[in-house]
Design a protein around this ligand. Sequence first.
Ligand code: HEC
Length: 152
Amino acid sequence: MKKLSLVLAATVVCAPLWMSSAHAQFAKPEDAIKYRQSALSMLGTHMSRLQPVLKGQVAFDAAAVKANVAVIQTLSTLPWTAFATGTQGSSAAKPEIWSDAAGFKAAQQKFEATVVQLSAAADSGDLNKLRSAAGDVGASCKACHDSYRAKR
Ligand code: HEC
């Protein structure tokens, strides 16, 4: 029993260290690229699902919107650790992601802040607030793409 709790304690202590290293999370650069592209692709899918609501083409189902925005919020945090050094490969990631790491980080943070606002707007159930917040999210996607995503 004592042995088991020691093992558990070691796991708890080591996990954050291991998690903090993006290199340790992915065996190969291609794995990191696939991971971030998958998350970003799903982010695109879930943002698109808001469009018919924003355009008034379907009824505003507040519960469905909230559930979709919760997925967007989770996805919004996922891609970034997968932009580890040495993972540019043949992806659409521009070299500026690593040469201007502070700028890339700021773009992520700005984006994540707009998603927090989107979540608050979804909770409010107010379609106009949702439209405005979704516009801000879209603008922050574009701002990052303009600087850090290669056109292909
Ligand atoms: C902080 C920067 C940043 C933000 C914010 C950002 N993206 Fe991207 N996005 C990128 C980069 C860089 C790539 C290229 C990734 C690669 O090829 O490895 C990318 C790629 C994509 C792709 C293509 C994924 C694929 O299948 O290869 C989609 C779709 C996408 N982003 C959608 C979005 C949407 C929608 C948002 C906002 C809701 C968003 N992104 C926010 C930087 C960002």
